[in-house]
Ligand binder design. Sequence first.
Ligand code: SIN
Ligand code: FE
Length: 292
Amino acid sequence: MLFLITLGISSWNPNLDSTQPKEYTHALESGRVPFLPHLSFEIAEDERYLLSPKWSDPKAKNISYDPQTELVKHTSATGADKEAIGRMMARYADYAHKLVESLFPAYRRGIRIGRTSYRPAEADGRSSSVRKDDRLLHVDAFAASPVQGERILRIFSNINPDGKPREWTLGEPFDLLAPQFLPKIQRPIPGSSWLLKTLGITKGKRTEYDHYMLQLHDQEKLDSNFQQTCPKRFVSLPAGSTWIVYTDLVPHAVKSGQFCLEQTFYLPVESMQEPDLSPLRKLEGLLGRKLV
Ligand code: SIN
Ligand code: FE
């Protein structure tokens, strides 16, 4: 199994040969991680002071930015400092959007930009709970924000100023992972999705797909035997590099690293080049019924 596909791109808005987008999209959708060792996100001289864990809110770890509302959340910064963080994150959101549209032009029509996240804390720190501990292998699923079958595509850039890599592990392919956990997952309780929405626990309906993905995420993290014994590959992602992952498909864990930017995108399954490679279609195939 090849985990990474290394691309020699050094621009956020690259010109590609005509056959490359199709090839890159196929690799990405198949669960490989496009790794761009020469694509760095530049931090301006007067932004260097933003590279400090003191700007994170101790309760949240990650600083978040919403490109739609232009609001920065979960930071201790106020006034001009908060504005500077917002400008840096807005620039990252813009670059990441350009990159996705260049590398995967087929996505232009369906893609929706989500939150930007800035992670100034050391990743190898204490976590509040096992479910929230991203040092354990998992596929992404959001308890409060159901995606209703849409894909979760994330762009990461290591912006560490001291040359420290971000160390990840990647797990086995979804096709091998899902069948191990599905038999242990119960069907959702009838009416639970309505209740979660009515009580305001979820923003929107938690579909059966969201239920299975969330259970998969939780069960993987809670299974210490699985964490220890499952096949995995260690990857070191250098400072100044960028990588792109379908985090709903590729089991991943962060082992260490500090200072990272991440941009999330959502994509309807129908906008994929090969929709059958989506976790939605794979789970529907395994369970023999529609999940959204
Ligand atoms: C995650 O998405 O699970 C965490 C990745 C990271 O912060 O490097
Ligand atoms: Fe994750």
